[in-house]
Design a protein around this ligand. Structure first.
Ligand code: KG4
Ligand code: ZN
Length: 340
């Protein structure tokens, strides 16, 4: 009988310190996430220096908890997978150095993982992947359509030219005096309001799968300022609903068009904005009409940053022979197609 494969995933690229243990690439044995959101809230965004300090304080605690949850020894592990980038360099370094120390001390292979590959592979903890597939990655730092013809192969067919979707959500939330991170607040308000305010949609050149959200974000800010100057009252709920409708319209239309053009079997949703109720519902509605394409949407806890997704991606990369030595460094601007 083949021995179970056990991979430890570590993630510290932004404001979550996370360690997980994944069995055979698909089963969560332990999954611990320490969020720092409370510490960053009063600054209205993630403060890199504070993030690094928290990671240093939390990493050994989170690691111990994950090992306790799993009830295993370090010697039971097959490899340590860690987010190498992209992200905040000081934050990434904590995870990379912890993983290197563990790999060295226990004589285990070290597998470097791209953060977005992790977000995509969160889906493999839900269901087996079927290729070719398309993943819509929407997070605080990324908005991309990624085509995969096989495991470990990532082709970016479209990406944002300015703000990421989550970034636009957070900035619009700030304009409406909502706390950081604003995405969930706008999402909730959008469901209470109606999309009565006309806002732009950046379709870009014909056939392009790229995105742009800065024009939409500016339009929201201008709408608020103009109303203030005229002494008019704009219902924040309606503005949130109008903004959300504009974002979702572009995301869903382009994903649907790309899925058909690339003749994929699956569409996977990934990243923190995948938690958006409006986006989930709109994708479900659009794809319910296409019986030959399966839509996969991970549960909320696997959409936002976690280490289970890093373990899941790490498992495939480990099988494909990807290794790092102890010279591994954090790479804040890492490209995803380096794996191809
Ligand atoms: O993937 P993630 O946890 O971190 C990054 O890698 O960026 O994504 C965080 C982003 C934030 O911008 C947050 O506002 C957004 O995801 N987000 C949402 C929702 N929940 C989180 N955006 C829209 N609607 C939501 N329900
Ligand atoms: Zn992320």
């Amino acid at each position: 009988m083949k021995k179970d494969q056990l991979i430890m995933g570590m993630e510290t690229s932004c404001d979550e310190t996370a360690v997980a243990i994944i069995k055979n690439g698909r089963e969560i044995v332990a999954n611990v996430v320490a969020s720092q959101i409370e510490s960053h809230k009063r600054f209205g965004g993630v403060v890199p220096e504070i993030a690094s300090r928290h990671h240093v304080e939390q990493i050994t605690i989170v690691l111990e908890e994950a090992m306790n949850q799993a009830g295993i020894q370090m010697t039971d592990l097959d490899a340590i997978a860690v987010t190498e980038g992209p992200g905040l360099v000081g934050a990434l370094l904590i995870g990379v150095n912890a993983a290197k120390a563990l790999a060295f001390a226990n004589n285990l292979p070290l597998v470097p993982v791209h953060h977005i590959a992790g977000h995509i592979y969160a889906n493999r903890l839900v269901t087996e992947m079927m290729f070719p597939l398309l993943s819509l990655v929407v997070s605080g730092g990324h908005t991309e359509l990624v085509y995969m013809k096989e495991h470990g192969h990532f082709e970016v067919i479209g990406e944002t030219r300015d703000d990421a979707a989550g970034e636009a959500y957070d900035k619009v939330a700030r304009t409406l005096n909502m706390p950081y991170p604003g995405g969930p607040h706008i999402d909730r308000m959008a469901h209470e309001g109606s999309p009565t305010i006309d806002l732009p949609r950046a379709w870009l050149e014909e056939g392009s799968y790229d995105f742009s959200f800065s024009g939409l974000k500016s339009a929201v800010i201008n709408t608020v300022h103009n109303a203030e100057q005229r002494g008019e009252i704009i219902e924040p709920k309606d503005l949130a609903a109008s903004f959300q409708e504009s974002v979702i319209d572009v995301l869903v239309t382009k994903t649907l068009r790309a899925a058909k053009e690339y003749k994929v079997h699956q569409v996977l949703l990934a990243g923190g904005v995948a938690a958006n109720k409006g986006l989930r519902a709109a994708l479900e509605k659009s794809f319910s009409e296409l019986s030959d394409i399966e839509l996969v949407i991970p549960p909320l806890a696997l959409c936002t940053d976690n280490a289970a997704m890093i373990g899941a991606a790490g498992s495939i990369l480990f099988e494909k022979g990807k290794r790092a030595d102890l010279a591994l460094n954090a790479n804040p601007g890492l490209d995803i197609d380096i794996y191809n």
